[in-house]
Design a protein around this ligand. Structure first.
Ligand SMILES: [Zn+2]
Length: 363
């Protein structure tokens, strides 16, 4: 298959053509210079690495009715927030089935990987591993220790079976504990992540303890806080739709202006469908609504490029001949590709090279 139009990847945004054999990129070049091959399918569109959902809590997908309109604390604070009562009152079988449905939805929407904060200790990690097996989504599972004070053996168990640790918030833990958890993650070659400055501002000196690889939200962070986060070389995951439910918004324009590595997530599956396309559009529109517009190119990078770098798989974000990337094609006008991808994409416009191009087809 030959795609002529535009490429959005690690190297940037540019016009070009891409030739595929099956799902593999075999040729990349300038528009109008591709050789003709008899019988080859030719389409126009934007070639882009598959998006990554950079922050989920898939366990909450077990909720099927409107959650109460309440504060962040009453909604998601451990141990008795609405979300934790839901997890407690739902059987493991139902939770695994709900996570499987959420993963299937992501696969249909072209998402290839997700970074999940999985509550419920080692058993929680196992449930998500079961749900993710054969899902077509590469899920990084960041587990959460249950016991307090934190038990190093439980942390070791989480790191043996998961991809790292994802904590609720720095203020919920003893600050020396954060150093120990971060060190345990890094010495195991795994990731340490936590929520920060979501409902109210916290000092970066608290949430940067333990050298986190990922901070989620930073809705209440000041410019100076964001500069400190950038200096610490920490990536930020933003979840604008989730924040909006609680009357807040992420500092997208500031993150873009400061050049902080940023990824996008859909947050709690009980609040939102895990669609990165909806997230992208909302990011763009809500930042305009707030009078602090964020460039579409920054959002495109946050959905398609930065998360692959964070996952240590930058090759997946690079559309090059013979590379390991398995890009998708989005059939949209190609003159302003980032703007089109961010504001207009749906899964119905996706073509997957190598899979007969049906929307929702298996990758
Ligand atoms: Zn979260």
């Amino acid at each position: 298959m030959l795609v002529e139009g535009a490429i959005v990847d690690l190297e940037g945004i540019r016009p070009g053509y891409v030739r595929f054999e099956g799902p593999t990129v075999v040729e990349v070049g300038q528009v109008g210079t591709a050789s003709r091959k008899p019988g080859e399918r030719r389409i126009r569109g934007i070639v882009v690495p598959p998006p990554v959902n950079g922050h989920t809590h898939l366990g909450d997908a077990a909720a099927t009715v409107e959650p109460p309109a309440t504060t962040v604390a009453e909604m998601v604070q451990p141990p008795d927030g609405f979300k934790f009562r839901l997890l407690r009152d739902t059987s493991p079988t139902r939770k695994v089935a709900a996570m499987r449905r959420a993963l299937d939805r992501m696969r249909r929407e072209g998402i290839a990987a997700a970074i999940d904060f999985r509550e419920e200790g080692v058993e929680g990690v196992r449930m998500l591993r079961r749900a993710a097996a054969r899902s077509g989504i590469d899920v990084s599972v960041l587990g959460r220790p249950l016991r307090r004070p934190v038990d190093p053996r439980e942390v070791a168990g989480l790191l043996a079976e998961g991809d790292g640790i994802g904590l609720s918030a720095a203020r919920d833990e003893d600050s020396d504990e954060l150093d120990r958890i971060g060190a345990a993650c890094h010495s195991a070659g795994k990731r340490y992540a936590l929520h920060a400055s979501e409902a109210e501002r916290e000092s970066p000196d608290t949430y940067l303890r333990g050298r986190p690889d990922l901070l989620v939200h930073l809705t209440c962070a000041t410019t100076a806080d964001l500069e400190q986060v950038r200096a610490a070389k920490t990536t930020v995951a933003v979840c604008a739709r989730s924040n909006a439910l609680f009357g807040r918004r992420p500092p997208l324009a500031e993150l873009a202006r400061l050049g902080v590595p940023t990824i996008l997530g859909t947050d709690n599956a009980m609040l939102h469908a895990p669609s990165i396309w909806r997230e992208l559009e909302f990011d763009y529109v809500s930042s305009r609504l707030a009078g602090a517009p964020v460039p579409a190119a920054f959002l495109a990078r946050a959905a398609f490029v930065e998360p692959w770098r964070w996952l240590g798989r930058a090759g997946f974000a690079s559309v090059t001949a013979g590379g390991e990337a398995r890009p998708i094609v989005v059939r949209l006008p190609v003159d302003d590709p980032a703007y089109q991808l961010v504001t207009r994409s749906t899964e119905h416009l996706i073509v997957r090279p190598g899979s007969r191009g049906r929307p929702g087809a298996s990758p």
